[in-house]
Structure formats: structure tokens, C-alpha cells
Design a protein. Structure first.
Length: 600
């Protein structure tokens, strides 16, 4: 048996698989097919017959049956849609070179080839992509969109993480190393005032504020930049990644100053402590630099006067704005007048008169160019200021439509505190000198009786120990004296009570005992401070510390309430304060409150 025969035998033994050929439904005929009906799996013969009748035609342009002839229209269309689709064998997709698929007679009409002389008999590339290619392209576009969205999400998350880390770094910055400038300090104090008034911990964003802190919005940006660089403020939440500037590698380069809220630097302490710290430190600094504060007030008021003059010309008289080259002249004119002693109200009156005169001149003078009347108003302001130097001028109120910088109020309060402090300090020094210069014998008022009774007081040690064991508090004894008490809140109070009661009131803040402070000037006034008081912001007494410094005692700081009392010239027992000493302490308290940054 040869190899060929053995191969035949093997092939005969192998089981033959019968391939069932799927029947093709070609229309109009198998010899000249133009359309093929493709059925979905498990379609019944009845539905196949309905679909074949639906797609049948003898020649393009005319269907073999109307839909109503096949059956109920809705049922037929529903059956065709659920059971099959048709492939146009002579209309080829430009993308996949396969036949174009249609799903209804409307799709056939949409090809614009459903006519005997137009429908192609040979394969022709026509129209757009087939349904499958469109679906594939749509899926590809959807995948690309999902990929881009995921990349954007990851990039945005990385930016969120970088921004959060940057904000945390800002919160960990050190305490400010230097005082801000006067302009920046006024802005910072104004921020604190706004936060306290609105009961919030942040201010801004600047672009949402309906006012400016300094002279203009542009100046506000520079002020906030400087305060941030000097570590007085830091950006805070809420914020978005759009409020941050990023480098190419995704690290934060900075923030957009006008788009993000700002808060006090955490290095200043807790929120309440930070406000107190700024009010105290900067308030004292601004009072000591009152000349610069006054200059800043003049600068702001000069800008407001210019804004009023220009607004009056535009709003009331419908004139052109002040020419740009005359704006510096107007500003310098108003600024010089303020420095010479004119008030803002007087300048408003002068500006009103100057504008009215310029408009009247423009109405009777033909051929003027736009802006001439406004320029003439600036000239009139200068002339009227020179003419009214030694004359009485009415003061006009500034209208509400003129913007008022927030720092103006803070600056005016600083100047008021400075003037009040100077007046109180002068009164204090006068009373202090008067107290020191009094003849010694005039101070001997109630000292003899107080000293005598204090020396003859019988302290029964046994009864004292009995009271101590029983937890009974000994009632203050001895003659009552009038003394001054400065509480931890900075309030000055005058009390009349025995000496033991005064000591108990002061010592209760600590271990119950007191220390005496010997004041060198005036030598007839001493003070009691409590021993072993816990040092904290709640027990600090900056007003009393400042009063002691005014009385030439530079120890401290001290905590808890502090009392002041008088002594006699020959004994150190506490005695009551006389009227001059009380007035001296009132004046010292007024100065101390101003210097401590507290409201009077």
C-alpha cells in the first residue's frame, strides 16, 4: 500500500463536518443584487417575511409594497427595526470599504440615490461613513475624551495637593521681623477692624470688596504684597487652583492677590491674640509716627477731593473728565491746602464753587474744546485757595458717592489717640510735678490714725490658726482707705476698704500674697502686685505696666490686678489717696490705655 492510499484511508476515517451555509437574502435578485437584508439571530419566519416584503423592490425608486399593505404600520416598522437591517451592496463606505447599512426606507431616501437612473449598479464610494464606522469613531472620541478628562483630573489633583502644601508652608512662617510701613500698618489695622466688625477671620478677596483699603485698588495690591512678604498676613481658604500661579513642573509660584482671601499670619498667635497683638504693636508704632500718619491722611483726603471735583463736573454738569495732565495739578493743589491747615470739608466747598464758576465761564465762552471747562475748574481751585487763606470758609459734607478708603478712618483714630495722649500726658506730668512739690506737712491727713491703729492691732495667732483649720476667712479689719485698682482688663477703679481687703483683692489672682512696688516718683505713692500669678494673655495687664513706667518703675511685666495707694512721709503703712494723687493716676491711666492700644 502506497503513501497515497494510506492518506486516502485516513481521510475517509475522519468525520466530515457539514457546514451549513447561511442563506443570503438579496434584492431585487441574486443575479443583480443591489440590497441584502441581514437578519438578527432567532428571528421568526413570519418576521422575516414581513422584513423581506418591507425591503422588496423590482427597481430602485419604487418599493414593491407600501407599508400599509404589509400590515399595521406601527407593527411593521417595529418588527423591521427589531429584526434586521439592509446593506446597500453598491454603495461603499469610504472608511471600511464595506456596504453601507440602512435601517429604514427613510435612510434609503437620505442617500439621494433612490431613483432608477441614479442608483448605482456597480460599487461606488458615496456619502459619509457607515453606521459601524460612525459608532467606532464615536467610541474612539469618547475614549479620547475620557483619557483627556482623566489627565485633567490627575493634573488638577496634583495642583490641589501642591496648593494645599504651599498654604501649609505659609502658615508655618516665622513671626514678622520688622514693623511695616505706615501705609501698610494702617491697612493692617483696618483689616483687624473689619474682621472684628464682621466677626470673621479673613478679608477679601480684594476683587469682591466694594471699597479700597488704601488710596486705590492698585495700591491695595502692593500693600498686600508687602504685608505678605513681611509675614504679617497669609492667604487662606476658600480658594481654587485658578487662584494660584504654577510653574511648568506643577509647583506653586504664588497666588493672585486679588482673587484669594487673606488672614492674619498664624505666627502672631491665636485669632484673638493676633488681633490684640497687632492693635497693640502697630497702634503704638503709629502713634509714635503721627507725623507720617498725618501725611497719609492728607494724601487720602487730597485724592478724595480730586475725586469729588471730577465727579461733580461729570455727574452734575455733564462735563468732560479732568484732563490727565491736570490731575497732578489738582492733587498737589488740594494736598498743599491740607498741609496749610484747610479741612476736607472746606476743600469740598471750594471745589463746588470752583466747578460752578468754570461751568458758567464755559457757557458764555464759545469755541471751547472738550475738557477746557474741567481744566478751568482746577485753575479756579488754586485761585480760591490762595484768596481764602485768611477768610472764614463754610464746610460742606462729602457726598456718599465719593469712595472713602478704609485706612482713612484708622488714621484719623490714631491721630485722635495721639492728641488725647499728648493732652493726658501733659496733665499727668503737671499733676505729678504738683504732687512732688507739695509741702510735706500737707500730706499728713489721715496717716497718724491709720498708722496708730495698724500698729496696735492685736493679731491673735491662736485664733488665726483656728480660722485657718476651719476654713473660715478673716474679715478685713482696720480703717478704710481709698485706693486705685487697675484690673486685668485695663479698667481703673477706686475703692474704699481696709488695707487687708486691698491686699486680698490683689493677691487673689495669685497665691494670695502681694509684693510692694516702691515708686521713686512720686515717692508718696506705692503699689501692690500679686505673687505667683500664672502668666497668660488673660492675666496680663499692659495698662498697669505702662502706668508703672510713667511712675518711673521699669520692672515687669506684671500679671493680675495692681493697686495704688499713698504712704506718709515718716511711715510706709498704706493710706488713702488724696484728690491730686487720684487725678494723677486718672491721667496716667488715660495715657497708658492709649499707649496699650485700647479704646478709651
Amino acid at each position: 500500500m502506497g503513501k497515497r492510499q494510506r492518506r486516502r484511508n485516513r481521510q475517509q476515517k475522519q468525520p466530515r463536518t457539514t457546514v451549513k451555509q447561511q442563506r443570503r437574502h438579496l434584492i431585487p435578485s441574486t443575479e443583480h443584487p443591489l440590497l441584502e437584508v441581514v437578519f438578527k439571530p432567532d428571528v421568526s419566519d413570519k418576521d422575516k417575511a414581513t422584513c423581506l416584503d418591507y425591503w422588496s423592490f423590482a427597481e430602485p425608486g419604487t418599493w414593491a409594497y407600501k407599508v400599509a399593505e404589509i400590515g399595521p404600520t406601527t407593527a411593521v416598522l417595529r418588527t423591521v427595526k427589531a429584526s434586521c437591517h439592509a446593506d446597500l451592496l453598491t454603495i461603499v463606505c469610504p472608511d471600511c470599504a464595506g456596504p453601507k447599512s440602512i435601517y429604514s426606507r427613510s435612510d434609503m431616501a437620505a442617500t439621494r440615490k433612490w431613483a432608477p437612473d441614479v442608483f448605482p449598479n456597480e460599487q461606488t464610494v458615496l456619502g459619509g461613513s457607515c453606521h459601524d464606522c460612525q459608532a467606532a469613531a464615536a467610541e474612539e472620541e469618547a475614549q479620547e475624551a475620557r483619557r483627556v478628562a482623566e489627565e485633567h483630573r490627575q493634573q488638577n489633583q496634583a495642583r490641589v495637593d501642591a496648593a494645599s502644601s504651599w498654604l501649609q508652608e505659609q502658615e508655618r512662617r516665622a513671626f514678622p521681623s520688622s514693623y511695616p510701613s505706615v501705609v501698610n500698618a494702617l491697612a493692617l489695622v483696618s483689616m483687624v477692624d473689619i474682621m472684628q466688625r464682621k466677626n470673621t477671620e479673613a478679608i477679601g478677596p480684594l476683587q469682591t470688596l466694594g471699597y479700597s483699603l488704601a488710596a486705590s485698588a492698585e495700591v491695595d495690591v502692593e500693600v498686600f504684597r508687602s504685608l505678605h512678604q513681611e509675614r504679617w498676613i497669609c492667604p487662606t481658604l476658600p480658594a481654587t487652583t485658578g487662584d494660584f500661579a504654577f510653574d511648568d513642573d506643577g509647583t506653586v509660584r504664588g497666588v493672585y492677590i486679588k482673587q484669594i482671601p487673606w488672614c492674619l499670619a498664624p505666627a502672631l498667635g491665636s485669632k484673638t491674640a493676633a488681633r490684640r497683638e497687632i492693635t497693640s504693636l502697630l497702634g503704638r508704632m503709629l502713634i509714635s509716627r503721627s507725623d507720617e500718619v498725618r501725611d497719609q491722611v492728607h494724601n487720602l483726603q487730597a485724592g478724595m477731593a480730586v475725586a469729588y471735583l471730577e465727579g461733580l463736573l461729570i455727574r452734575t454738569y455733564r462735563e468732560e473728565p479732568i484732563p490727565e495732565h491736570r490731575l497732578p495739578d489738582a492733587y498737589e493743589t488740594f494736598l498743599g491746602a491740607l498741609r496749610e491747615g484747610f479741612t476736607l470739608g472746606q476743600l469740598i466747598a471750594i471745589a463746588w464753587s470752583a466747578a460752578a464758576a468754570a461751568v458758567a465761564w464755559g457757557q458764555r465762552t464759545p469755541g471751547l474744546k472738550p475738557g477746557n471747562v474741567s481744566a478751568a475748574a482746577v485753575t479756579n481751585v488754586g485761585r480760591r485757595i490762595g484768596f481764602l487763606h485768611d477768610r472764614r470758609i463754610e464746610e460742606y459734607d462729602l457726598p456718599n458717592w465719593v469712595a472713602r478708603p478704609a485706612t482713612l478712618g484708622a488714621a484719623l483714630r490714631v491721630l485722635e489717640q495721639h492728641d488725647a495722649e499728648i493732652e493726658a500726658l501733659s496733665r499727668f506730668l503737671t499733676l505729678k510735678q504738683r504732687t512732688e512739690a507739695r509741702p510735706l506737712e500737707t500730706t499728713e491727713l489721715d496717716g497718724d490714725m491709720a498708722d496708730l491703729q495698724s500698729n496696735e492691732t492685736d493679731h491673735d495667732m491662736e485664733s488665726f490658726l483656728d480660722d485657718l483649720r476651719a476654713g473660715r476667712k478673716q474679715e478685713p479689719s482696720g480703717p478704710a482707705i481709698t485706693y486705685a485698682l487697675v484690673t486685668s482688663e485695663g479698667e481703673l477703679e477706686f475703692h474704699t476698704a481696709p488695707v487687708d481687703g486691698m491686699r486680698d483683692k490683689v493677691g487673689s489672682a495669685g497665691a494670695g500674697a502681694v509684693d510692694r512696688i516702691w515708686l521713686p516718683s512720686p515717692s508718696t505713692v506705692h503699689a501692690y502686685v500679686a505673687e505667683l500669678v500664672t502668666a497668660s494673655s488673660a492675666t496680663s495687664n499692659p495698662v498697669a505696666d505702662e502706668m508703672l513706667r510713667l511712675l518711673d518703675c521699669h520692672d515687669g511685666p506684671f500679671y493680675g490686678p495692681i493697686s495704688f495707694f499713698a504712704i506718709s512721709t515718716h511711715a510706709t503703712q498704706p493710706r488713702g489717696l488724696d484728690e491730686d494723687q487720684r487725678e494723677m493716676l486718672r491721667a496716667a491711666h488715660e495715657v497708658a490705655r492709649a499707649r496699650a492700644g485700647l479704646q478709651g
